[in-house]
Design a protein. Structure first.
Length: 282
């Protein structure tokens, strides 16, 4: 029996989908949320195997307290799912500094704080899983979401380094890149008017907002099936380092990487020509 520690437990999201799948497998679940009262009925239905904790992932003290409570209740954390996050939209030039910093605090720096709280226990037990929820936007930037994409690119780089650092301790790191999934992620756009400091981008961002509102509830990705794909990947030997979720997401990432590889190859001579000339033979 494993114990899962899952952030971002908003009803209807990936966090809840992970929690349901883990409980169905007979595991224990610690599900965290900024508004834990929304999960009271859910927690009662699952009895002693489920624990809901309040957690603002940008509060380091709360992170330490939640991890300590989880380890005290279940003895260990075997699987950490870094799922909490969200995207602010705006142009690279015109998004407010406050929103840029909020985006990085939530989508990147909070994850580093959670990792630092959970990894000591995993290292001591010489085993565990880190599931970092990135995005297709972490491999292919999305106009209008440049800073969101930047946070996910940062998470991709962090995960790649972390994977090699913790491998000697029996800890696996899996980066998950969903495309458009039918969660509550798009629901907030209707309540968030364009807040842009550069008027030249306003028509473009109005179109971005309208598109997100129009897609809400129609996204092709199924969170439950996405989580099952992740759990299947965890059982592979060896497990993959990353997994893209969703057909459209797969197509977008595949095209992006193919284009990048073609461009790198086309400029091979330029790249190699940047070194010092080889020393002449004696």
């Amino acid at each position: 029996m494993k114990t899962w520690f899952i952030t971002g437990g908003t009803p209807g999201g990936f966090g809840m989908a992970y929690a349901e799948a883990a409980l169905a497998a007979g595991d224990n679940v610690v599900l965290t949320a900024r508004r834990p009262h929304l999960l009271d009925d859910w927690a009662r239905r699952h009895g002693d195997n489920a624990l809901v904790l309040p957690l603002d992932v940008t509060d380091t003290r709360q992170i330490r307290d939640a991890v300590a409570t989880a380890e005290e209740r279940f003895g260990r954390i075997d699987v950490l799912v870094n799922n909490a996050g969200r995207g602010w939209y705006g142009s690279v030039e015109g998004m407010s500094d406050a929103d840029v910093r909020r985006s990085f605090e939530l989508n990147f720096f909070s994850i580093t704080a959670i990792l630092r709280a959970v990894l000591p226990g995993m290292r001591a037990r010489r085993g565990g899983w880190i599931i970092n929820m990135s995005s297709v936007a972490g491999l292919k930037s999305v106009p209008g979401f440049g800073y969101y994409s930047a946070t996910k690119y940062a998470l991709e780089g962090l995960s790649d380094a972390l994977r090699e650092e913790v491998e000697p301790f029996g800890i696996h790191v899996l980066t998950v890149e969903p495309g458009a999934f039918r969660t509550r992620a798009y629901a907030s756009f209707a309540d968030e008017p364009v807040a842009e400091t550069v008027d030249a981008y306003r028509p473009f961002l109005e179109a971005v907002r309208a598109a997100m509102i129009g897609q809400d509830g129609k996204q092709p990705g199924d969170p439950a099936r996405g989580v099952q794909a992740v759990m299947n990947a965890m059982r592979q030997q060896p497990p993959p380092r990353r997994i893209v979720l969703g057909a459209a997401g797969y197509d977008a990432v595949h095209s992006q990487l193919e284009d990048m590889l073609a461009e790198v190859r086309a400029n091979e001579a330029t790249s190699r020509g940047a070194d010092f000339p080889p020393a002449p033979a004696p």
